[in-house]
Structure formats: structure tokens, C-alpha cells
Design a protein around this ligand. Structure first.
Ligand SMILES: Cc1cc2nc3c(=O)[nH]c(=O)nc-3n(C[C@H](O)[C@H](O)[C@H](O)COP(=O)(O)OP(=O)(O)OC[C@H]3O[C@@H](n4cnc5c(N)ncnc54)[C@H](O)[C@@H]3O)c2cc1C
Length: 237
């Protein structure tokens, strides 16, 4: 039972997000979501890095090592594979958004490029649902008027601008550029892991003060000019 395995009750679900060594330094991260009777387990990877093959890694092998990790393996153990697929997430942002309206045509959801990867979350479903509803409302109005020209359908863009869809796409227009900073997927995960390792490990020797430990690890990874550059870039998020 999924509930027992994840310690859930009633209608609760669980979502796990993983970053760091799961992508071996590449842009992206792993996820494990509970559904009602199934689990969704996967990786989101930067297609540019996969295609350039600089890391010599392919998506299926990364997936194998991800599902083999103890923190994932224990949740999927004994499970049956129901579906295995790959899908492109359009994360290029508002800068590459296609024309949304033409005579007799409205573009919504992923096809319109309405997806955002903010590192912490991948967003696309709410944009797809909202833009789908607005496209349908616009289409109904146009059909009632017996006029599906681009001019009549342009009300769709107005609806999108007045909702959260286009404003959010605009607010996070630079997300892609910020997340392209490789240190986010290498240096910072290593820093956080080593920091917690140092703080929580108690061995048989005398223990250094917590501040001194934290400063030593921070000095190794993040007390440098590159972190300042990353922080400056992060202001665009
Ligand atoms: C691995 C992964 C993780 C994600 N995680 C999240 C998340 O945590 N949160 C979130 O909000 N979003 C997430 N997304 C993004 C989200 O799934 C999409 O943004 C959303 O599903 C887009 O909905 P859509 O209806 O536009 O497109 P889709 O869901 O892709 O639906 C398009 C449908 O059209 C069908 N189709 C295609 N061509 C044809 C054709 N010629 N004829 C008939 N049918 C056709 C397809 O089979 C598909 O069913 C994730 C995406 C991926 C790939």
C-alpha cells in the first residue's frame, strides 16, 4: 500500500524532490510523487547538456542510477513498471513564446511555451489548465459571434495578460539563464551535504565549535567571488 510505504493517511500524498549527484552535475533534478495507485518517478535534465554529451551520460543510465539509490529504491521496491516515457518540457520562457493567436487558432499550455522551471518547482500544469480555460472561453465567444478571425480571438491574449499566466511568465523570464549556472547543481549541493555532515557527525575525537565547522566548510565552497556572482544573478529570479 502506498499509504503504508510513505506513512500517509486518508487523501494525503507525498512529493520528493532531489538535486545534486542525481544528475551528476548536469542541470536538473529528480522527483518522486505518489498518485492514487501508482508512483511517478523521474528526472528532469537539461537537454542541451545531454545532447552535447560533455558528461558522457545518457538519460536512461541516469534514471537507472537514480532508481537504484537507497532513498528511492526503498519506495519502489517490488513495484511493477506501468509506463516509461520521455517528454520535452518547454522552459525557454516568454522570450521564445510563439504567436498565440491566428485566424481559427488559439495556442495554449506547453505548445505555447507556458512552462517554468524555477529550480525548486517545475510549473506547467496550472498554466495549461488556465490557458486552456481561457482559450475555450474565447472560442465560445467567437463561435457565438460567428467570427473566428484573429482580431476576435485576440481577446485570448488579453485574458492571459489579466490572469497570472503572462505576468508570471514575464516575472520569471530570466529563470532559465539563472539556472544555467552549473554551480547550482554541483558546488551548492556538495556544500549543504558536507555542512550537515560536519555539524551532525560526532566521532571519538574532540568536536570543533559549530561556527568554526560551518565557516571551514563555507570557506571551502562558497566564501568566494563566484558565490557573489551567483547571488547577483539570482536577483533576476
Ligand atoms: C517530467 C515532467 C515533470 C513535470 N513536473 C511538473 C510539476 O511538478 N508541476 C507542474 O505544474 N508541471 C509539471 N510538468 C509540466 C506539465 O506536465 C506540463 O506543463 C503540462 O502537462 C502541459 O499540459 P498540456 O495540456 O499543454 O500538454 P500535454 O500534457 O503534453 O498534453 C498534450 C496531449 O496532446 C496529445 N497529443 C500530442 N499530439 C497529438 C496529436 N497529433 N493528436 C492528438 N493528440 C496529440 C499528447 O499525447 C498529450 O496527451 C512536468 C513535465 C514533465 C515532462
Amino acid at each position: 500500500m502506498i499509504e503504508d510505504r510513505f506513512g500517509l493517511e486518508n487523501d494525503e500524498g507525498a512529493a520528493g524532490l532531489y538535486m545534486g549527484s542525481v544528475t551528476q552535475g548536469m542541470f536538473g533534478g529528480g522527483f518522486l510523487y505518489t498518485n492514487r495507485d501508482t508512483l511517478s518517478v523521474g528526472l528532469v535534465l537539461g537537454i542541451h547538456q545531454l545532447a552535447s554529451n560533455d558528461h558522457g551520460l545518457d538519460a536512461p543510465s541516469l534514471m537507472e542510477s537514480f532508481t537504484g539509490r537507497p532513498e528511492i529504491r526503498r519506495f519502489i521496491k517490488g513495484g511493477e513498471l506501468k509506463e516509461y516515457s520521455a517528454h520535452i518540457i518547454s522552459e525557454a520562457g516568454i522570450g521564445t513564446m510563439p504567436k498565440l493567436v491566428a485566424g481559427g487558432m488559439l495556442i495554449a499550455g506547453d505548445a505555447a511555451g507556458f512552462a517554468l522551471n524555477l529550480g525548486l518547482t517545475v510549473r506547467g500544469m496550472e498554466f495549461a489548465i488556465a490557458s486552456g480555460v481561457m482559450a475555450a472561453e474565447t472560442a465560445i465567444e467567437a463561435l457565438n459571434q460567428n467570427d473566428t478571425s484573429a482580431t476576435t480571438l485576440s481577446g485570448y491574449e488579453k485574458r492571459l495578460r489579466e490572469s497570472f499566466v503572462l505576468p508570471d511568465m514575464e516575472t520569471f523570464r530570466n529563470a532559465r539563464e539563472v539556472l544555467d549556472r552549473q554551480r547550482l547543481f554541483t558546488v551548492y549541493p556538495r556544500f549543504i551535504c558536507e555542512l550537515f555532515d560536519e555539524l551532525f557527525t560526532i566521532d571519538d575525537g574532540p568536536k570543533e565549535g559549530l561556527y568554526a565547522s560551518a565557516k571551514r566548510v563555507a570557506k571551502k565552497y562558497v566564501l568566494n567571488i563566484d558565490t557573489i556572482k551567483d547571488l547577483l544573478a539570482a536577483r533576476k529570479l
